[in-house]
Design a protein around this ligand. Structure first.
Ligand SMILES: [Zn+2]
Ligand SMILES: [Zn+2]
Length: 115
């Protein structure tokens, strides 16, 4: 059997985004990875300029200000690099690059790899 070296410089992108349960979002990636995200954590990690100070990198979301009832109301892929979330609190400026989403993945394998 010959092994083929796969030349693929493309970063994996989300193939399917689905709601796992009320508070959990799941993403199936083109490389087969199954990511899970608590939606509140995703909202708290919003990387937009309103949520993170562009200069200092400091978080502008005060801890505890995101309600447990936060939900994504719309999710759209933006170009080949990011996913945009519309949140139930009206926040819609957050573009989550695929790389960030992979870093935030809370599946068992990723959680273990992070420890
Ligand atoms: Zn934001
Ligand atoms: Zn993962």
């Amino acid at each position: 059997m010959t092994e083929q070296v796969k030349v693929d410089s493309n970063y994996p992108s989300p193939k399917k985004v689905h709601q796992v349960d009320e508070t959990t979002l799941g993403i199936t990636w083109t490389d087969g990875h199954e990511s899970v995200y608590p939606v509140k954590m995703l909202r708290e990690k919003c990387p937009c300029a309103n949520c993170i100070d562009e200069w200092t990198g400091e978080k502008r979301i005060k801890p505890g200000t995101i309600p447990d009832s936060i939900r994504p109301v719309n999710i759209k892929s933006v170009g080949l690099y990011a996913v945009q979330f519309w949140w139930s609190d009206g926040h819609d400026t957050g573009l989550y690059p695929h790389e960030l989403l992979r870093k935030l993945c809370e599946c068992e394998a990723c959680k273990k790899a992070r420890v």
